[in-house]
Ligand binder design. Structure first.
Ligand SMILES: [Zn+2]
Length: 283
């Protein structure tokens, strides 16, 4: 079997395991509990989960979504998040390492960094939907990883166009991302005297900017996330219960914009904004 095919399957399996860890983060981070101890246990009966019942995706299917000890049902979100993360790692592998000749240290580092960002975006999305918070661990605290990582990637001479080109682009992207969103929030507050978004969103875009760089990433993510937010939010506001103010987290839309940019950003920009195609750094 070819090394590239083995690496591809490995990427999928790593993604499934990372998804499994994200499930722990999603359950524990909003409560400020450690994500490493105690080991996983059933939230209903407290029984420890045996290693062989903790295999991503497979265990949920074998146990038919129920705890082996007390029979309490386990949310279908667990295998969905595992599968989603596994598939994303697999798709990104094709994007960043398309063939055997692309299996280089520089490319693997770039791929690993983008997987790290995407994993945080998936985890953050489910936490934000349920709890309306974005943990610092998945946003601002990870910005230095992006800046340092992009310094490493550029030292290999790798330039994908969709990730920051060097640590300077990453650092400025981080400040530009957070700054522009903070400005939008400020303007919104001046007009409406209410907070449209939270500081969590500002810190999240600082993390995204540290991985994707300045232009065209930041404007792309801002435009796509605003459009997607409006597309989902307007019907909710129009047809939702009268008098009920629709609260909607913005983090998932920023995550959507960033992931769409990594997967198809250059194609979308070339198709819809041909005038700014020169901004694509890929040479
Ligand atoms: Zn149980």
């Amino acid at each position: 079997m070819q090394l590239h095919a083995i690496a591809e399957i490995f990427a999928l399996l790593v993604g499934l395991c990372v998804g499994s860890f994200l499930n722990v983060c999603i359950a524990r981070m909003p409560e400020d509990r450690s994500v490493v101890s105690p080991p996983s246990h059933c939230p209903a009966c407290g029984a420890g989960i045996r290693p062989w019942d903790n295999i991503p995706l497979l265990s949920w299917v074998i146990l038919r979504g129920r705890c082996r000890d007390c029979g309490t049902s386990i949310s279908v979100l667990y295998p969905i998040i595992e599968l989603m993360t596994g598939l994303m790692f697999w798709v990104l592998f094709h994007r960043f390492i398309p063939g055997p000749e692309a299996l280089t240290q520089g490319n693997l580092l770039a791929y690993g960094l983008i997987c790290t960002m995407v994993a945080m975006l998936i985890g953050q999305t489910f936490i934000d939907i349920r709890h309306f918070i974005i943990p610092n661990e998945f946003s601002i605290y990870a910005a230095p990883i992006g800046i340092l990582g992009m310094w490493g990637v550029s030292s290999f001479g790798v330039d994908y166009g969709v990730i920051a080109s060097g640590w300077r682009d990453a650092a400025v992207g981080s400040v530009l991302g957070g700054g522009s969103l903070a400005l939008i929030m400020g303007a919104y507050w001046l007009f409406r005297r209410e907070e449209g978004m939270g500081m969590g969103d500002v810190k999240l875009l600082m993390m995204i900017g540290a991985f994707l760089g300045t232009v065209p990433a930041i404007p792309f993510v801002l435009i796509v996330s605003s459009l997607a937010g409006a597309l989902v939010g307007l019907p909710m506001a129009l047809f939702g219960n009268k008098g009920l103010r629709v609260a909607m987290p913005f983090g998932p839309f920023l995550a959507f914009g960033a992931i769409l940019y990594v997967l198809h950003g250059p194609e979308i920009i070339a198709r819809f904004f041909p005038g700014v195609s020169f901004l694509l750094q890929s040479s």
